[in-house]
Design a binder for this molecule. Structure first.
Ligand SMILES: [Fe+2]
Length: 291
């Protein structure tokens, strides 16, 4: 048998490497393709949280990080699903639109279709806040005109059946929370103890790892993390804007050391160069149970 020459060995190695590269490219293309199709629809997640401060069950449907996405014309698939769920309250946990776009029709058409189903309450996400502070001072007023009650570092008592809820909204994230120019810290520190169920709407789940970890808040509804963008089996999510790599607050219900049950939406859209992989857009339904 003749020995293979270095030239032959080199070409064999090049062919193996070429085949491996081809398989990798095909696998990536297939993964992206499957996820592009998957991300055109949304899943519905159901959670139950308990509170001895409510006297009747309360169903909250939470939308977050829509980023102007549409599911059917005028978001008809989203609207039909939410109506069928018969919520008591609809919460928008921020980033329902994109700051660089002055056309708010996706958000407003959706809200016009939903407000008769249940009252809509919202906090600002980074996109809404940017729009309102730096680009369009009329934006908040327009939201109100389209039946979205926006709270920003303020509280409001709302009645659902026999239960009085103290709904609060915290506007700033971790970076800006302590900034004296904003009211977030001042507002949270001004909250008095209450026997009412205190529910917090804030875009930023990571606030509950530090700034809000031990505060007198019963339940919170959040978004922002986009489910950690890429979710891998056993590892979980890879990255979120608020926490960086291997974040812990990207979906589900997480209880803080102070006992707050933090509901985290994976969001309904994207506005980020990192695609959503193994992370289908999500509508979150939370039943707050009295028993
Ligand atoms: Fe977002």
């Amino acid at each position: 048998m003749g020995k293979s020459t270095p030239k032959k060995q080199k070409s064999l190695r090049a062919r193996i490497l070429g085949a491996v590269a081809l398989v990798l490219v095909a696998a990536i293309a297939l993964t992206l393709g499957i996820n592009i199709i998957l991300n055109r629809s949304f899943s519905v997640s159901f959670y139950e949280v308990r509170s001895d401060k409510v006297s009747n069950n309360i169903r909250v449907v939470e939308l977050a990080d829509l980023h102007n996405s549409e599911y059917g014309k005028d978001n008809i698939k989203l609207v039909d699903k939410i109506k069928a769920l018969k919520p008591d309250l609809i919460f928008y946990a921020g980033d329902m639109m994109n700051y660089e776009n002055d056309d708010y029709s996706v958000l407003f058409t959706l809200s016009d279709a939903l407000y008769k189903t249940a009252p809509i309450y919202a906090c600002f996400g980074n996109n809404e806040l940017d729009q309102y502070l730096f680009r369009d001072k009329t934006f908040k007023k327009q939201m109100i005109t389209h039946h979205i009650e926006v709270l920003s570092n303020e509280a409001k008592k709302i009645q659902v059946g026999n239960t009085t809820i103290e709904l609060i909204a915290v506007t700033e994230g971790v970076d800006q929370y302590d900034n004296p120019k904003n009211n977030a810290k001042k507002f949270v520190e001004s909250l008095e103890p209450t026997n009412n169920c205190r529910i917090c709407l804030t875009h930023y789940p990571e606030l509950f790892l530090q700034k809000l970890a031990d505060k007198d808040i019963d339940i919170a509804f959040t978004g922002h993390a986009h489910g950690g963008h890429i979710r891998l089996p056993k590892i979980g999510s890879l990255y979120s804007n608020g926490e960086g790599f291997l974040p812990t607050m990207t979906e589900g219900v997480v209880e803080t050391e102070g006992g707050t049950q933090v509901v985290i939406s994976r969001g309904l859209g994207n506005h980020n160069p990192i695609p959503r992989i193994n992370n289908q857009p999500e509508l979150v339904v939370t039943d707050i149970c009295w028993y």
